[in-house]
Design a protein around this ligand. Structure first.
Ligand SMILES: [Zn+2]
Length: 174
């Protein structure tokens, strides 16, 4: 990111452009924003028992769940799926493009996906700022090509994936 960019909240040097909020952010405010978003997703989901099984669906997402909810990890209990924004955006896009029936919901019988509005890009940047390397996951051919298409849209119109996921929720696809 250009060094002349400054955080929209505090004016310090920006390290990340948030497509979600459409603004530049410093390290502190970027971290706060991502954590706050996930915690708010967690609190809107009624979780009576406080232990969760962390799903292996998305390695990158799972790293983040482990970081945020370390104390809640368990071998039994409700499931926290590790799907990210990309996974849900791909599902919605495949529904529109190929009429593929959606294979995942944000809220499922046995658990839910608190990272549905957090991108792998955000997670990787989050860890990079802590000097930890987390890699993007590999997807199969079809998912990969849909994601490539979505990424191109995202580059031209930041926030496009979030809008798509929001539309998917509204339509009951995910
Ligand atoms: Zn700031």
């Amino acid at each position: 990111m250009d060094s002349d960019k400054t955080c929209a909240i505090c004016g310090r040097k920006a390290v990340f452009y948030s497509a979600y909020l459409k603004q530049d952010m410093c390290k502190k405010h970027f971290e706060r924003m991502v954590i706050k978003r996930v915690r708010s997703n967690m609190s809107s989901h009624k979780t009576r028992n406080k232990s969760f099984v962390f799903g292996d669906e998305n390695k990158c997402g799972k790293e983040f769940l482990k970081f945020l909810f370390k104390d809640m990890e368990s071998s039994h209990g409700e499931k926290l799926y590790s799907y990210t924004l990309e996974d849900f955006a791909i599902s919605v896009m495949k529904f529109f493009l190929f009429h593929d029936s959606p294979d995942k919901k944000i809220e499922q019988k046995d658990g839910f996906s608190p990272l549905f509005n957090v991108s792998e890009n955000e997670i990787i940047s989050f860890f990079r700022l802590k000097n930890k390397d987390v890699e993007k996951i590999n997807r199969n051919g079809k998912d990969e090509s849909v994601l490539k298409f979505l990424t191109e849209i995202e580059e031209r119109r930041p926030g496009g994936m979030i809008s798509l996921v929001k539309a998917g929720i509204k339509l009951g696809i995910i």
